[in-house]
Write a new protein. Sequence first.
Length: 286
Amino acid sequence: MTTTTSTSPDRVGDDDPTSTPDLGTTGGEPRTRGERTAYVRLELRRTLRDLVTMFFVVGLPAFMYVLFGASAGYSQESAGNGNVALYVMISMAAYGAVTATVGIGGMAAVERMQGWGRQLGLTPLGDGTYVATKAVVALVVATLPILVVYVLGVLTGAEGTAVAWLGSAAVLVVGAVMFALYGLIFGLAFRSEAAVTAASGSLVVLGFLGNIFFPLSGFLLDVARFTPLYGYVSLARYPLTEGYVIDTEGGLVREALWMSVANVAVWTTIFAVLATWLVRRSRGRQ
């Protein structure tokens, strides 16, 4: 009599980040959808376990919203389909979401140092599945700062139409995946934990160019339109502002919706292609 031993997907990798996931194969691909889901659960568990990082990812944008939005004297002034508090709330939630997702992508550098990439190379897990898993985890984690900042907005007088609230939240969550890929590029391109620092540092610059911290005008605004964070934030604000942007002189500049959509689509494609290529290059070196 032959005894068959099966491995539960819930035990994939257990709690050891350097253990090899049990991914059965059928034609060279993960055997079941359950096993792919188990790998996503493993990545989520590892990410959410870092409570210190999660505190700053959620706490910093919340503090910035209270400081620059809720407690500001102009917070109740009208802004498009809502008020200034809602405008600032969307901006800070965007910054929190991309900070979270860039950090997740940058953690790939730490994984490489621990030999995680080599372990994955011994499994049938495809390069596309690896990148997609990072994106899914980032999507889940990005909802945390967005949720906290939006709840603070409700409690502190942020006002707007239902479309402004729901539309902006949807764009923030889905669009944040682009920056998981951005962080992943840094994590795969560098060979040390400095990748996370480099990615986060560049994000501050992109935040200024993205019109998050203060309004731009003239040449800087022209340059900013071609940066990834500008398109993401503009698209998130669109349900509130309908494309109008305040410049440094207090005037209004109208941004066409298609420009923001094109910006996000092009940068997402660029990041996805680069990330996949770097994953394959990393596998080849191991």
